[in-house]
Ligand binder design. Sequence first.
Ligand code: ADP
Length: 461
Amino acid sequence: MKSLYGKFVLSSVLVLAAGLVLSYLIVNSAYHRVMKEDNDAKHVAIAGSMAGFIGENDNLDLDRYLRTQADAGYILYATDREGGGTFYGGPFDDQTLPPGTVENVLSGEIYHGMRDLPAETFWAGYFANDLANTAGVPFTYDGRPHALFIRPDIALLFNELHWLTAIMLVSIAVIGFLAVLLTAKHLIRPLTELTEATNRVAEERFTDLPDIRRADEIGQLSDSFRRMAGKLAENDLARKAFISDVSHDFQSPLQNMKGYATLLMDPELSAGRRLEYAEIIRSESSRLSVLSGQLLVLTSIDQFKELPEHNVFSVSEQLKETVRKSRWPFEEKGISVTLDAEEASVRGDRELLGKVWENLLSNAAKYTPEGGEVLIGVSGAADFVTVTVEDSGPGIPPGERDRIFDRFYRSDKARSAGGGTGLGLSIAKGVIALHGGTISAGESPAGGARFTVTLPKKRPA
Ligand code: ADP
């Protein structure tokens, strides 16, 4: 039995059958412990009342009286000696009594056959239609001692009850079995649907997800599955878009290089042109080298669950050093750079954070027009350090302030100006997130861009 459906049905049927067997055993034990004694006492009392009635009526037609009792639903045996007597109703299946029983009753004892019959089961005890399974009392008739043995005629009295009980048991079994089949189907169908959907998702087909609306655990499983499939579909799209962006960004500089290299092969080319084309090829190849370096950083950030390196170091010192190193592009455009840095340290990866500051400063230099100004601030609070980089450039329109952190996102202006890969800020965001911090873009007081980075002093464990 391999399927869950089969197992469920089989185990439910076994439970049902075990329930029936167990309830039979319980009824059996209840009969032997409690009811057997009561049943015996009840019939001894009935037999006693018959005996009393016979004793009180001297002219009674005994034979007729006992026949009437038989018609009322009893099987009787009346005798005045050992080995002989008359049976009424019935008949008994076994007409023997334990030896000496009649003798004892004739001498005044009461016979408790219903209580003392050695029967293992309720069935054999309650229903055994034997003379030994009777209540026996003495009575006097015609001046002579007699013995009267009685038991109810079960077949006559309880015939309808037998049928009703049998119909009830069969109905319980059939209805129970059908209910088990339906419940199993209801429970297992969504699991089958989910399994099929899992197989589709494994083949990267994210459509036709089962819509199972239930409040139970299967409903929760289905919700989690839909969320997971949604996330996988999103990742799949992002991965495909990433690959297409990467190939496009590699393709265009390569095409340029190929084109200018072909032009360079012209022997008639003037020295001035030759230099110009060689310069274009150099700048395109350095763009490719930056791009592949950034891709490597991005992939490694993606793989990190936590920072591989972390030391405590001064962010202010690191920024001072970065400003010193990237002075040239600012000086070239006559941009004034002011650094207002409080002493502040963080725990983190020095090299990765260095890339963030380099990117923010190179963007500031790139987008700020000649003669503009750039302000860099570092301030430390109790739990975190804030770094701001403001410029007097064109700024970033509010609608783009979130998207500039997406991979390969470049504003149209930046795109048409050429240069830049659109990866710098997404790397910055990844690095800051790895440090448990945040980075956001806003507007500087001079109307340019303002980047704010906050880093927790103690990195979350
Ligand atoms: P790149 O600068 O290589 O294009 P980035 O990821 O560093 O890539 O930046 C993404 C985009 O954000 C840029 O193309 C530009 O449109 C915008 N941007 C970044 N820094 C500035 C800034 N200081 N001023 C104006 N726009 C900016």
